[in-house]
Design a binder for this molecule. Structure first.
Ligand SMILES: Cc1cc2nc3c(=O)[nH]c(=O)nc-3n(C[C@H](O)[C@H](O)[C@H](O)COP(=O)(O)OP(=O)(O)OC[C@H]3O[C@@H](n4cnc5c(N)ncnc54)[C@H](O)[C@@H]3O)c2cc1C
Length: 375
């Protein structure tokens, strides 16, 4: 049986893809009907959103003008989830790495099970999704939920190390969407833990596996002791192989400072400022990413004419004498940058605060920018 996700191919991340084609090929009605299925028509947009290559606000406007507001309602709310998590991060800062609402219950280990890293849990769909993640950097949302639930709730593991491991391998790894989704599954940022049994996996993946440790009722699953296959743990070591730095000596009066979260080739296109992508090991040593992810970042950085890459610390880039004008886009990992901070391109610029639940945020968000029905 093949679990290939039919409309997404991230296997060659450095090949040129036509983003306009990707957006034009989205059918929001089919998306809404099929998104929960592993073979469903999901968009594959997340790596481009994560790195600021595409902006959700612009994509949704385009989709609404092509398909009408009603058709886009489901996608709109999914983009809304992304923005919600970004706002939680902006308000809570590094606290997103702490249990936000409740302490995670029933933990026997902080280390990710070895069988997960080796894609040998015996649950075929999950093992396949892990293998595909390691190969392509993508995992379907439902597979992420099953995986996270199996590790935290069935395997009784603290969510932090597995979250780092998943983030490392994902092309779309985003500290907010990642940590807060793990917390949502583990019950520390939600009212209860998320658990899925084999029947649920079979239904949404098209598989028919039976006789596994997940092949029980939800009552039994809630009482399950940690299955033998998930008990063995091993030390996880994740490192960055940073790109090679350009030699940069700031000469221009004006500098546009890019982060890896703002690889927007349309940013201030008419400006003659010097453009520098700053990658600070003091920050990214804490957020290691796979070589495939760095290749993806470099590929899209090269789409920005004249952009130089500086791997080092901001203070070293500026030296003691630079006193020109620096502009950059706001991001929680760039809070220490100096110069003029410009806003990100939010979908709902007025809905800024911390909301303890998505539904509270979403009510205000929809009020601030209702979906337009095209004429
Ligand atoms: C344990 C776990 C970890 C996750 N880690 C990340 C992560 O590091 N980065 C990340 O971008 N998403 C993360 N997600 C959310 C979601 O799985 C991905 O955004 C989605 O699968 C990306 O694929 P897509 O672009 O094809 O999604 P589509 O279904 O096509 O959705 C379109 C866009 O809506 C947004 N979106 C959709 N679902 C969600 C969601 N549940 N939460 C937040 N935004 C959503 C994304 O920006 C996505 O690109 C995680 C979910 C779980 C359960």
């Amino acid at each position: 049986m093949s679990y290939h996700f039919n409309n997404i191919d991230f296997s060659t991340v450095t090949e040129r893809v036509d983003l306009n084609n990707i957006v034009q090929s989205i059918d929001p009605i089919v998306y809404a009907k099929t998104r929960n299925y592993l073979s469903g028509s999901v968009t594959g947009l997340s790596p481009y959103f994560t790195h600021g290559i595409l902006k959700p606000a612009e994509v949704i406007d385009e989709l609404v003008s092509n398909h009408g507001g009603e058709a886009c309602a489901k996608l709109y709310s999914e983009f809304g989830w992304r923005e919600y998590f970004q706002r939680v991060w902006q308000n809570k800062g590094s606290d997103i790495w702490n249990d936000l609402k409740h302490e995670q219950q029933s933990i026997i280990s902080n280390q990710i099970p070895k069988a997960i890293r080796e894609a040998e849990t015996g649950i075929e769909v999950i093992d396949h999704a892990i293998s595909e993640l390691l190969e392509t950097g993508y995992m379907h949302n439902h597979a992420r939920m099953w995986l996270a639930s199996m590790i935290t709730n069935i395997g009784q593991t603290d969510w932090r190390e597995p979250a780092k491991w998943l983030y490392y391998h994902l092309l779309d790894g985003d500290p907010a969407s990642n940590t807060l989704s793990w917390q949502w599954i583990a019950g520390s940022f939600s009212q209860k833990k998320y658990i899925a049994n084999q029947e649920n996996l079979n239904r949404f993946s098209g598989s028919d596996q039976s006789g596994t440790f997940l092949d029980v009722s939800y009552e039994k699953l809630a009482e399950l002791s940690v299955p033998e296959v998930l008990r063995e743990r091993s030390t996880l070591s994740l490192i960055n192989n940073y790109p090679i730095s350009d030699t940069v000596e700031l000469e221009s009066e004006n500098v546009l400072l890019y982060s890896i979260w703002n690889l927007d080739s349309t940013w201030k296109v008419d400006s003659s400022a010097e453009r520098i992508l700053l990658i600070e090991p003091s920050i990214y040593d804490n957020y290691p990413m796979s070589d495939k992810r760095w290749d993806f970042i470099l590929h899209w950085a090269k789409e920005i004419p004249g952009l130089k890459i500086y791997v080092g610390e901001l203070a070293d880039l500026l030296g003691e004498s630079y006193n020109g004008k620096i502009q950059y886009r706001e991001h929680p990992l760039c809070n220490h940058w100096q110069g003029e901070e410009l806003s990100r391109n939010w979908m709902f610029p007025e809905v800024k605060g911390y909301y303890p639940s998505f539904s509270k945020f979403w009510k205000l968000a929809q009020k601030s920018k209702p979906l337009k029905v095209s004429c």
